[in-house]
Ligand binder design. Structure first.
Ligand code: MG
Length: 133
């Protein structure tokens, strides 16, 4: 079974680009344009990985990450921050919020499949031992 990846991005072009690249790799892709929609998706389907845009209208991606990492049902989801703010300290902010990785925009579509595969590999080796209720 292919891994489920939720792509959260309010920019339609980025959302389509990232989704298309990963769909081509054979992943099962879910999409959301903001934190609200992402929460609806996650309530229905637990993804293996979320590619989380940080700058979102309404609730930002780091706030949503903190929420998901605080809940037992969702804390095992790997979350990788996607952000255009290639500023010093932003990677640390992403890790502090609970993100498992950090990818700077613009996305390098040739690198993305390897970056995603690496993170998913970590999911398998570092899976929490307790069962999901
Ligand atoms: Mg954005």
């Amino acid at each position: 079974m292919s891994a489920k990846i939720l792509v959260v991005d309010d920019n339609a072009i980025n959302l389509k680009l990232v989704s298309d690249v990963l769909e081509f790799e054979g992943y099962d892709i879910l999409k959301a344009v903001d934190a609200e929609e992402a929460q609806v998706v996650v309530a229905a389907t637990l993804p293996d990985l979320i590619l989380m845009d940080i700058a979102l209208p309404g609730m930002d991606g780091l706030t949503l990450t903190r929420k998901l990492k605080a809940e037992q049902r969702t804390r095992g989801i790997r979350i990788v921050a996607l952000t255009a703010f290639a500023m010093k300290g932003d990677d640390q902010k992403a890790f502090d919020a609970g993100c498992d990785g950090y990818i700077t925009k613009p996305i390098d579509t040739r690198k993305l499949p390897d970056q995603v595969a690496e993170i998913l590999q970590r999911t398998i080796t570092q899976k929490p031992k307790e069962p999901v209720p």
